[in-house]
Ligand binder design. Sequence first.
Ligand code: NIG
Ligand code: FE
Length: 420
Amino acid sequence: MQLLIKNIATLVQVEQGPPALRIAGKNMQQLPVLENAFLLMESGRITDFGPMDECPSVSESASMIDAKGKMVFPCWCDSHTHLVYAGSREQEFVYRIKGMTYEEIARQGGGILNSARLLQQTPEEELYNSAMERLAEITRYGTGAVEIKSGYGLSFDSELKMLRVIKEMKKHTDVEIKATFLGAHAIPLQYKANRQAYIAEIIQRMLPAIALEGLADYIDVFCDTGFYTVAETEQILEAGGLFGLKPKIHANELAVSGGVQVGVQRGAISVDHLEQIGQAEIDCLLGSPITMPTLLPGTAFFLNIPYAPARQMIDAGLPVCLASDYNPGSTPSGRMSFVLSLACLKLQMLPEEAIHAATINGACAMELQQTHGSICRGKVANVFITKPMPSVAFLPYAFGSNLIETVILKGKVVETTAKG
Ligand code: NIG
Ligand code: FE
């Protein structure tokens, strides 16, 4: 089945050659676009694109969309979410308005432990249904690849329950999903006096069972003050490595935790958050050809904490990735367009840099750069069409509007608000 989009005012993030591995430093300012273009998709893949005067004729059975005045982007690649969860945490949102901090709430048994209590009581099917609703929501907002973490189970049964939900989701969507085991998201209350006993549970029971069922692609640890230490993080990542799980870790959100260094040293695919980093962490990241620094400005916005020093990082030559962190506690939103607006407004990233960060670099943070994250022949046809827009910068500029009109996954229209 062919789908042709013609008269595209601007086709964004085109790659003529073989897919790039990641875009770093000054190159992040150069966004390759084609004006007045066509895009052809067949059997779920991008087969061709180019200027309209080279538009091929297609078979009569092909579907056609006229995108006059509109833009086409590759779908967002959101490389860090926790979108399987139970209930919501607006009560903590109110506590924070009244002056409590995220860490104070966590110390009193709220936060992640609050979500864990709710999740443990929720049947798998209910979790699956609510997570699929969130997946449909982020699809409408243009996400075509997403990483989803466990970490609200915090027990053998419930961590596996979460990961089975993600496995089931993978079967019922054309959004590309990667699953990450985050058993080390918090220390359950009953293990507070014996942290090593919980870590042993992760290493000796959870990991072998997860590996046996093939439930995870990556392993994560919340390496931060009040959560897991560097030594504990190393211990857990090493065990994960024995089961073939590469790390993607939470680092330096609340303090200069040493998380970046341990991530880089362990060959992490990404180190995420980075609100609390300085020159030492930037230098460390510059030494790694694989670890993608991933920023989650929605979290800094929602928790009212400092933003990561994106400008300093890019100016030093680093690549930067943007993700939503969609979760009930620190970022109850998976809307990537808003993440881009925050990146421009609060991280001083240029629109072009933000687009690279949310597409190709996001794909890279999920090891999907060969198949997702750009308009490239042979890549999966996950793209969105915008409403008419005067420029690329209009997308992050108009922060309250939903400018994404039609979403196409694997070459099929799954969502459209276009008329006619
Ligand atoms: O990425 N930082 C750790 N985990 C999540 C928050 C989880 C929660 O508060 O429920 C995050 O911000
Ligand atoms: Fe997170």
